[in-house]
Design a protein around this ligand. Structure first.
Ligand code: AMP
Length: 204
């Protein structure tokens, strides 16, 4: 059951209003469904917009921000709770542990890095939580095509490609997360992988 969803998103606004509007809608849909939001804790860009939207819709919004970014990304001071951590690794581990599923909204390098870490961990069987993108205004179209190319080129198995859900409509995306079950066999198991990363979120 989805109690909390992690939203990865840009610290910028993007050039098209569509990206921000769809992201705000995603936060509203989650809040209306009584699902808590975890995100990077900033007050700027799409990050700030989804936090404000979630709070205004009556939702619980938790931010996790590294100490060094408190000033740079301007930590949001109106959240349900804000956790200040030591570094980026702690931030990502904490966000991953708090959430039951992951959605990448439009964003930059940081957003992709966070999404692909969770997708990789899903493939490895380190967690069993849904990973997805909100393909607002076709923002992720080219990336999704590239993932298909990775399958064609033999670097990604079709079952692992299927681990990344993509929808342009926030309500439909939430419904897919809620009904998701992990049917893909892990590429390797946690046991055969040897030491599990210390940042590994719990399997749920
Ligand atoms: P961006 O999508 O690049 O605008 O960044 C979104 C969020 O990801 C911001 O809060 C960044 O601080 C964070 N971020 C950027 N680079 C990384 C990274 N290498 N690892 C973890 N988080 C990052």
């Amino acid at each position: 059951m989805l109690k909390t969803v992690c939203l990865y998103c840009g610290s910028s606004d993007g050039t098209s209003a569509v990206y921000k509007q769809a992201s705000i809608k995603m936060a509203q849909v989650l809040a209306s469904a009584g699902i808590g939001i975890v995100y990077g804790g900033a007050a700027i860009g799409i990050m700030g917009a989804i936090a404000d939207a979630g709070l205004e819709a009556g939702g619980q919004v938790t931010g996790v921000i590294p100490r060094d970014l408190v000033d740079l990304e301007i930590a949001h001071n109106g959240l349900t709770s804000l956790e200040v951590v030591d570094d980026m690794h702690q931030r990502k581990a904490r966000m991953a542990a708090l959430a039951d599923g992951f959605i990448a909204l439009p964003g930059g390098f940081g957003t992709l890095e966070e999404l692909f870490e969770m997708l990789t961990w899903s493939q490895l069987g380190f967690h069993a939580k849904p990973c997805s993108v909100l393909d607002a205004g076709g923002y992720y179209e080219d990336l999704l095509r590239f993932l298909d190319k990775q399958v064609d080129a033999g670097f990604v198995k079709p079952a692992h490609r299927a681990l990344l859900l993509a929808e342009s409509d926030p309500s439909i995306l939430l419904a897919r997360l809620q009904s998701w079950t992990n049917e893909a066999a892990p590429k390797i198991t946690a046991q055969t992988a040897g030491a599990t990363p210390s940042a590994t979120p719990d399997k749920r």
